[in-house]
Write a protein that binds this ligand. Structure first.
Ligand SMILES: [Zn+2]
Length: 193
C-alpha cells in the first residue's frame, strides 16, 4: 500500500507532520518557533493552529469550546462528550467523571474509548491514532472487530437515514478512509503511505 488517500491527507497532514517541522507561532505578532498545535474550533478539530510554548497557554485559555451555545446546549454537549456522542441511556450520574477517568472494563458503553486505549495507542503513528478515534474502537483490535465497527458506523451515517445530510456524508467519507487505513495497518502491520 503506497497510496495515501487525498481526502484523508486534508485531515491528517498536520497531525502526521513531525513535531520538529519548522512552524511559526500563529499568535498575532509572534514569530517564535511553534511546537504546539491546537484545534481551530469546535467544528474544525482536525485543522490546527500552531503556537509557541507561551502562546499555546494563552490560546487554550481563550479557546471557548462552548462559545455561543445556550445553557441547554452546553448541558447536552457535556453529556454527549461523556458518552463519546453516542447517547444510549440516561447515564447522567457518570457526568462528573470525565472520559479520561472513566473505566469501562466490561464494555458497557458502546464505542467508549477508555484511558487504556489511549495509553496503548500513544506510540502508534498519528494516522492510526486518529483513525482509531474516528472508528471509536478499542485497541488492540482484530480485523473482525474493525469490520463490525465499520458496519455499525456505515449504517449510522448512511445518507438514507440522515436525510442526505452533508455532515453525515462527510463523516461517512472520513469513516471509509479511517477504515481503509486501519484495515491496511491490521493486515500488513503497515501504515498506508
Ligand atoms: Zn508565540
Amino acid at each position: 500500500m503506497t497510496k495515501r488517500h487525498k481526502f484523508f491527507k486534508n485531515y491528517f497532514t498536520e497531525a502526521a507532520a513531525p513535531k520538529t517541522a519548522q512552524k511559526i507561532c500563529d499568535w498575532a505578532g509572534c514569530s517564535c518557533d511553534a511546537l504546539n498545535r491546537a484545534p481551530k474550533s469546535r467544528d474544525n478539530i482536525y485543522n490546527y493552529l500552531w503556537f509557541c510554548d507561551d502562546h499555546i497557554i494563552d490560546y487554550n485559555k481563550k479557546w471557548d469550546y462552548l462559545k455561543g451555545l445556550t445553557a441547554g446546549e452546553i448541558e447536552r454537549e457535556i453529556i454527549a462528550d461523556t458518552y463519546w456522542r453516542r447517547p444510549m441511556w440516561p447515564l447522567s450520574r457518570l457526568k462528573k467523571y470525565g472520559p479520561d477517568n472513566l473505566q469501562d472494563p466490561l464494555d458497557f458503553i458502546p464505542g467508549y474509548q477508555g484511558i487504556e486505549t489511549k495509553q496503548k495507542t500513544a506510540s502508534l503513528p498519528q494516522e492510526i491514532q486518529e483513525s482509531i478515534k474516528v472508528m471509536e474502537v478499542d485497541y488492540p483490535l482484530s480485523l473482525q472487530d474493525l469490520k463490525k465497527a465499520y458496519k455499525l458506523k456505515a449504517k449510522e451515517y448512511h445518507p438514507d437515514v440522515n436525510s442526505g445530510s452533508k455532515q453525515a456524508e462527510e463523516k461517512l467519507k472520513l469513516i471509509n478512509i479511517a477504515y481503509k487505513i486501519l484495515e491496511t495497518f491490521l493486515q500488513d502491520g503497515l501504515v498506508a503511505r
